[in-house]
Design a protein around this ligand. Sequence first.
Ligand SMILES: C[S@@+](CC[C@H](N)C(=O)[O-])C[C@H]1O[C@@H](n2cnc3c(N)ncnc32)[C@H](O)[C@@H]1O
Length: 414
Amino acid sequence: MLPNLVELHYMNSIDDFKEKIKRLSRKEVQDFIIENLNEDITRLILKGSPFEDISIKDIAIQIESKLKIKKKLPTWFNADSVIYPPKLNLEQTSSEITANHKSKIIDKNSKVLDITGGFGVDDFYFSKRAKQVTHIELNDELSLISKYNFEILGVSNIFSVNGNGIDYLKNSTKTYDWIYIDPSRRNEGKKVIQLENSLPNIIENYKIFEEHCRQLMIKTSPMYDLNMGFKELKGIREVQIICIKNEVKEILWLIDWREFNYKNIKIYNYKTSNQFSKFEGNKNEEIQLNTEFSLPLKYLYEPNSGIMKSGLFNTLSVKYNLKKIDLNSNIFTSNEKIDEFPGKIFKFIQIIKTKDLKKKFKSSGVNLISRNYGMATLEIQKKYKLKTSGKIEYLIFTKINKTRIIIYCQRLFD
Ligand SMILES: C[S@@+](CC[C@H](N)C(=O)[O-])C[C@H]1O[C@@H](n2cnc3c(N)ncnc32)[C@H](O)[C@@H]1O
């Protein structure tokens, strides 16, 4: 049977795009891209393309996207002939650090299905441990690009499918050890946080996942509320909060249908690609624990952003024998210096009055932290005319027993 007109058009555009990938991967084109990485992009566009069969716009996309992923994806950046989609498609890719982390969660030699494959960063790392990975991607061009890059990067156990991951599951009787979903957090051009607004809609299709895998891993936005997840997801074995240099990057929900919702939370804070701190606790146990209060002692402690996200504050204070300076500030204190504390450690110097601020920090810069003070750091900086360029000097603006106080302390680095 002859393909209809729509199919014919689709086939032509896919073939055209395959040709475009071939042209972009030619050695002289790749050399040109590398030579012009630091060139001003507007000037480059104005000069026009030196190649008859490639537009300058296509070259500019390669340059801009390659630069965008330089730090996040060094393997791709350093490999010859990798092809990139436009920048927008790279916004939500995992970083190599978080993708590598996730690959250690899946079992060795397992069969993995990724129904939202994207640029394929997670699958590249899954493929190092899994027996076989299936990468499904809805966007035709992104699907072709990832497939091409897997070859360039020497991966042979990723099977690429261009299509809708939900339809793929609905039409299949296959089961997998793991299904992975990193949904698109852009819907109709807007950024979304909730699972029901992400693409695909995970909540609506939850039953389908249960029918096709033993375990499910869902990546959600750092802004996604943990209590919401505990309510709307079933079979939670554990939640992992992944931070890089104290910034929450991903929240991972590990689902095992045999489990009754456990509120186990593990927090990983990566300092480098293979150096991290780990802290864990359980939300049900957390509410059974208490924290004592104290005025600032010799040392002050500010938990990392992953612990802030987890809300495991009582678990933290019990583990490290810390006291809280106030119910609402999440600043802890102790007379002991706890080097392995997951967060910032400060040496307490003194309590400062507002009238002394200017005099004390007139010439030197100081870092500001505002916790429950009722003013943002920017407002504080303006009001007291403070310079914020200090290295170890910190002022913590907070409240103790509803009274505003300013704690002057020095950060201790490990
Ligand atoms: C956040 S990205 C995935 C990034 C990927 N994990 C990585 O690290 O490179 C989400 C991707 O899911 C794709 N997508 C959304 N809904 C889909 C569906 N129903 N089936 C297949 N892919 C889908 C989007 O086109 C987008 O490329």
